[in-house]
Design a protein around this ligand. Structure first.
Ligand SMILES: [Zn+2]
Length: 198
């Protein structure tokens, strides 16, 4: 959708500015028109997102396993490890706090972070489930808490003994939807950070 500013609106805004109408939004505040999708082809195309686990410390294997869970579960997006020095959409950092993640859906060229908090691991939560859960946030899924172990996005409420790292049918279809339909149909990421504190 392209929003055009009519000449009349410009005149009104200018007059308002002249008379000191500070509450009137300036035309400059209007968001720029989105760039057209490259190629303009809405054919289903797999989105490839790179992740950088160079700062994931002892959780590198868990991150790879969590990414593999998503790759096995969905078709429209694939998570691949970034080569050294290569730009990554997803950066994983080991921390001493609670796990946190940027709420996506992160897009190619975008930026999302997972803070792989050791506090949840010390409480006994499964590292692969944590990785897949936080990746789920990057892919655009919010928490669904409380929830059963069969739900990936139920997170810690699935229980300390829960080792399920596989997204359920609803979680899979939501991600397929968020990454389906080609770039033109894709909504930008919210960019907020979700904290997985129990
Ligand atoms: Zn969460």
């Amino acid at each position: 959708m392209t929003r055009r500013v009519s000449p009349l609106t410009l005149v009104i805004a200018t007059v308002a500015a002249l008379i000191g109408g500070g509450a009137v939004a300036s035309p400059a505040a209007a968001s720029p028109a989105p760039a057209p999708a490259p190629g303009g082809d809405a054919a289903v195309q797999q989105t490839v997102l790179r992740y950088d686990d160079s700062r994931a410390g002892e959780f590198q294997d868990a991150v790879a396993a969590g990414a593999a869970e998503w790759n096995a579960a969905v078709d429209n997006v694939e998570l691949v490890p970034a080569e050294p020095g290569q730009r990554a959409e997803i950066t994983v950092v080991a921390t001493d706090g609670w796990p946190m993640a940027t709420l996506g859906p992160v897009r190619p060229g975008g930026s999302a972070t997972i803070w792989f908090g050791r506090q949840a691991v010390q409480q006994g939560h499964d590292t692969v489930r944590i990785a897949a859960h936080e990746l789920g946030h990057n892919l655009g899924l919010p928490d669904v808490k409380p929830g059963p172990c069969s739900s990936l996005m139920s997170g810690s409420t699935g229980g300390v003994g829960c080792t399920n790292a596989t997204p359920n049918r609803q979680e899979r279809s939501r991600v397929e939807q968020l990454y389906g339909g080609g770039a033109a149909a894709q909504t930008p990421a919210a960019g907020t950070v979700v904290v997985d504190r129990p």
